[in-house]
Ligand binder design. Sequence first.
Ligand code: FAD
Ligand code: 2HG
Ligand code: ZN
Length: 522
Amino acid sequence: FQASRAASLLPQLLLRRRPASAGAFALLARPASSASGGLPPLTTEIHPGIKRGAFSQLTDADVSAFEAIVGGDHVIKDADEVLSYNIDWLRICRGQGQLVLRPKTTEEVSAIVRHCNKRRLAVVPQGGNTGLVGGSVPLFDEIVISTSRMNSLLSIDPVSGVLVAEAGCVLEQLDREAASQGLMMPLDLGAKGSCQIGGNLATNAGGLRLLRYGSLRGTTLGLEAVLPTGQVLDCLTTLRKDNTGYDIKQLLIGSEGTLGIITKAAILCPARPKSVQLAFLGLDSFQAVLDTYRLARRSLGEILSAFEFIDSESMRAVKQNLGLSCPLGEHSFYVLAETSGSNETHDREKLDGFIESVMSMDGCATDGTVAQDAGQFAHLWSLRERIVESLLVDGYEYKYDVSLPLADIYRLVEHMRTRLDGRVIRTAGYGHLGDGNLHLNFTTPKFDAKVLELIEPHVFDWVRDRRGSVSAEHGLGLKKSQYIRHSKADFAVRVMAEVKRLLDPNGIMNPYKSIWIIWPLM
Ligand code: FAD
Ligand code: 2HG
Ligand code: ZN
């Protein structure tokens, strides 16, 4: 079910590259009225305060050394070809990188990084380039190391459920391979057709089913990475239990390419459910959304696999901007409650019981439908997954991804709506309710500095004051790095800086991102 759903979602939006043999890169179409009209401004123009680090300049001798490592065909120098690696998915960041390297093996990555460290050349690891915080593209002239050619599935054990793959494997392809063994990847997100497992690990991506299958921090059993000095860190165990010392691989998970390049991973895959059901509900208050979630946890228990919410403004965006149809009438909120289990009759009975209780409970859901076939299932999910794409059509998007106590989640949306009244096209709130994760987005026809001033740092301060997180799942990247202290204690940040210094003494690995703001100052 997942492959067919996701396959239709993204291809027209992403910066997709043709196979290497085609020798050119295709910039696939994005919504015509989005900010993508021309090239985005250089990131250095938007952030003039960020100065280039004391890195070396690339020379012909460096390029020759890289050609000797990966072969001339996998060193991209042509400015037009390099361009798509310099621009992020949202088309908000544009770097000035001049070189892209496409290694095939861990040994090649190691040789490249060793050379860069010796020469003090800065690098940016890049997977599918679907990241949403500007972490995957250069700022100045950093060298892009793309993992796209490292795309072999190494093994799947149908008994233990352990899958071992190279970092450049696309998530959707891995999920298809897992399906052939009765398994599934433990994470699923709208970008699955392009994002890579290495990028997923580097961002510790959450996605639609974290509620059920947990975070990659739990499902990743082992990992191999090339550290900033070029040394290979081999923690590629496939054991479920291994309490021998510190769990170093956790440092790489969520490190956003600042501590090394992940080259291989061992992931524990759950059994693929035999029965998947999806209910779509219309509700008239956020309290009703919370009450419905409480009821879903109680009555669906172990088969609940996703609980997502969409507010009316987000629904309006997919309807108006993408022309999608919603099977329910107008409501303040919509909820997708999914179950995954092994017995269709049992699961359907449970879901029907849940819907009956929700409908009969005063103030809960007032309208609802259940997907009857794969087509309806895909359509209902697209109403949620395509919000990200629909908002881009408005023009310019201000994107926030926060964790908050459940009671505060929608208060933030209402608060910001009032604050920005009349200045934005829309204030849209949706997200992974079961994870306490709100996606808060504002749109304007084009970038408006006044609007940004009204949003930042106010929105981050509001989240900090309620002990939330300024980045629930997308990471800090370039865009959120200066707010790290809003969600982490000062001493914790200092420890992070020490770890960075220890592993990357020359600071070559994805500079200007994540904890960059802090560590060079210490
Ligand atoms: P990239 O974008 O290429 O890189 C992301 C970061 O990881 C960069 O800092 C980069 O330097 C680093 N990196 C990449 N590969 C490696 C590697 N091998 N080793 C070390 N560092 C590396 N995120 C969620 O959490 N949940 C969602 O539901 C979700 N939905 C999305 C939906 C859409 C439509 C889009 C466009 C994005 C979505 N995202 C979501 C964002 C998410 O972070 C990415 O899609 C994904 O995890 C990034 O993978 P990638 O291969 O594209 O990485
Ligand atoms: C999602 O859950 C993604 O759809 C993207 O994390 C959210 O872009 C967003 O706001
Ligand atoms: Zn999300």
